[in-house]
Design a protein around this ligand. Structure first.
Ligand code: PMP
Length: 351
């Protein structure tokens, strides 16, 4: 029962009831929400009005694309909002724990710290796979939340479905599978498992493959019970109208997005081949996402050199198991060529 996992104060919460929650019918004079009756010149009609609190039309579109009923969908201000809400809903500050598999996405730890939740870590092995031998021991500590990032950021690899299933089945708490990058390897998604596992939450986002990082649209998929608690705790109008419209327009271009994903994967493979030829590249880790984790000899120097040329990559060398590693996002063909050209110049200088 999911109720046994939710914090009692959240179960008992009387959520804020917004003007838009209380009257949903048709009307011609709206004097209920203290909005401005007019928009500024040049501003899109309707922007003086609050957006829909639960984004029903956008959810219908997502439902059609993902094959998931709308009552199993939560839309957040980025998937980061969903991560934070999951802590607030399920973890009692100062008491509950969360399990993460470093090196991984940093926000799980940050949200845990903000919510005063202790983090239990189980380090990934040398191939960046979850160490299954440790799972029994770690789940004994009863983490309320377990975060599996799949594909993983910053390593780019995926965990096997068998591993994910074993963790879900071993866990008495909620297991969150963060699929921010899954559009680059859709066959890896465990989204359909939400019907079977009531303790599973799958996170996706429009920030990566869908090209809408600026709009802040994150998605959580889970049982209707979990979605309903997330909705009770979220801010009333968490997604702005411009973002709802941008997301809706993007979702109409699913085919276009698939082609772009294909192009990024193509570019990733080209980049991987070209990078592997450099003398200062020690290793490129296999990636199922839109970035590569690359181990360099003297990564700090490489980072500074590239930054000096206006090319910014992400230094991940301080992450466990990532010594000497930089994370490089796959850009356009031109951007990737600029990066390779800069590295070539450096190599020539060194020889
Ligand atoms: N999960 C992972 C694994 C990420 O890498 C990121 C963004 N870097 C997010 C979630 C957050 O994405 P959003 O833009 O939807 O908040």
């Amino acid at each position: 029962m999911i109720e046994n996992l939710v914090r009692p104060n959240i179960l008992n919460l009387k959520p804020y009831s917004s003007a838009r929650d209380e009257f949903k019918g048709k009307a011609s004079v709206w004097l209920d929400a203290n909005e401005s009756p007019v928009v500024l010149p040049g501003v899109q009609t309707g922007m003086n009005r609050y957006p829909e609190p639960l984004q029903p039309e956008l959810k219908e579109k997502i439902s059609r694309i993902k094959g998931v009923p709308a009552n199993r969908i939560f839309i957040g201000n980025g998937s980061d909002e969903a991560v934070d809400l999951l802590f607030r809903v399920f973890c009692e500050p100062g008491r509950d724990k969360a399990l993460v598999f470093p090196p991984t996405y940093g926000m799980y730890g940050v949200c845990a710290a903000v919510n005063d939740v202790q983090v239990i870590e189980s380090l990934l092995d040398e191939q960046f796979s979850i160490n299954l031998k440790e799972i029994g021991k770690k789940t004994m500590e009863n983490p309320k939340l377990t975060f599996i990032c799949n594909p993983n950021n910053p390593t780019g690899n995926v965990q096997s479905h068998e591993t994910i299933r074993r963790i879900i089945e071993a866990s008495k708490g909620i297991v969150v599978v963060d699929e921010a990058y899954v559009d680059f390897c859709p066959e890896q998604s465990v989204l359909s498992w939400i019907e079977q596992y009531h303790n599973l939450v799958v996170l996706q986002t429009l920030s990566k493959a869908w090209g809408l990082a600026g709009a802040r649209i994150g998605l959580a998929f889970a049982s209707p019970e979990i979605i309903s608690v997330l909705n009770r705790v979220k801010f009333p109008y968490n997604i702005g109208k411009p973002s709802i419209e941008l997301a809706s327009a993007a979702l109409d271009q699913e085919q276009e997005i698939k082609e772009r994903v294909g192009e990024i994967i193509n570019q990733r493979n080209l980049l991987m081949n070209s990078l592997s030829a450099f003398t200062f590249v020690e290793k490129i880790f296999p990636s199922s996402a839109n970035f590569l984790l690359v181990k360099f000899r003297e990564s700090e120097k490489i980072y500074q050199y590239l930054a000096g040329k206006g090319i910014i990559v992400r230094d991940r060398s301080k992450q466990p198991g990532c010594k000497g590693c930089l994370r490089i996002t796959v850009g356009t063909q031109t951007e990737n060529k600029t990066l390779l050209k800069a590295l070539k110049e450096l190599e020539n200088k060194q020889q």
